[in-house]
Ligand binder design. Sequence first.
Ligand code: PLP
Length: 401
Amino acid sequence: MFQQLVPLHEDAILGLMAKFRADTSPDKVDLGVGVFRDLSGNTPVLESVRRAEQIVLAAQTTKSYVAPAGRAEFNEAVRELVLGAAHAAVAANRVRVVQAPGGCGALRLGAELIKTARPEAIVHVSDPTWGNHAPLLGNCGLGLGAYPYYDAAAHRLRFASMLETLERATPGDVVLLHACCHNPTGADLDFGQWRTLTELLQRRRLLPFLDLAYQGFAVGLEADVAGLRYLTAALPETLIAVSFSKNLGVYRERLGALISVGESSPQADAIRTHVLQIARGIYSMPPDHPAAVAAQIFADADLRTHWMRELEAMRCRIAEMRSLLATALNERTNSSSFEFLRAQHGMFSQLGCSEAAVARLRERHHIYMLGDSRMNLAGLMPGNVAYVADSIATVMHGRSC
Ligand SMILES: Cc1ncc(COP(=O)(O)O)c(C=O)c1O
């Protein structure tokens, strides 16, 4: 059976992690892996999560199965967190939520649902987009397309080209959108652009599939979903893949959800039956522990407040690193070329340099980032910003230091 299989190339991010571990330089800086890091370089277990875990474990009486939809109180809380209690689609009972194993699980559930409903649909993803979108959405057999999104050299959105390309998509196609903190660019649509896009999707009868992996990492829990809420209120159908890996810091526990919005309440019920059948056929049921912990946090006023403070601290730490690096690079290049770092959102930005420059940063300066120059700003510390800025200025602008 397997004799003809040859080893595949190493995954780019895993390969970069191995190189970083093997690097013995005391100056080395990891801006590659996409996880939040605190000032000690750790990816911490949040205190609110720790406290909720203790409550959950103390109250647990069984580990029997829950259900393919996961935990009901978690799903209800997700609906409220993402859409808000007063949302028009919620009021019309057109929203269904199914817990999923991480944002990846939710993206795959959504892709399989689209494949079931309309196998010929093309999913249009942003250029560039997160590296796992293509396998998650395409491996079930759906065709993929790309729309222009960001000019890395000029550090700006290509919104007009995006609209132009999507105008030509076939009605019934799908448009994958990052709800906030676009990965890898950090460049988000403003509210006016969400409105323009909504009008296009409506007119061209395109289905929005929103990837919400960083709610609370850009501006705040509510502000980060303003565009998503507007779009979901205006369109008959929407899919939203939610991840709690980052904002609850529960990466390895695998917590996410697929929100589906149908044209009517019976239609929403029908969609849900298909999502559940798909889940049953892939992994049967999602892990309960992280959902129980999240539900505890969302329901308990003290824990929720504590979590929101911890989330704000993560958000501010990233914003501070963005600001320090922007200032340091502007100073070293005697320009305002790096102002974009301050204006963008979330953990990632693209430096906008060549792969050769990325390799030089790694080999000569021990600074690790992805080949497309995506940096994780949460990998920076106040103590290494000057070193990183010197190194980038040297490599990109030939400044000697
Ligand atoms: C844009 C985006 N979507 C989805 C995910 C899914 O995350 P997870 O499956 O770990 O919840 C990630 C994680 O890095 C991401 O960056």
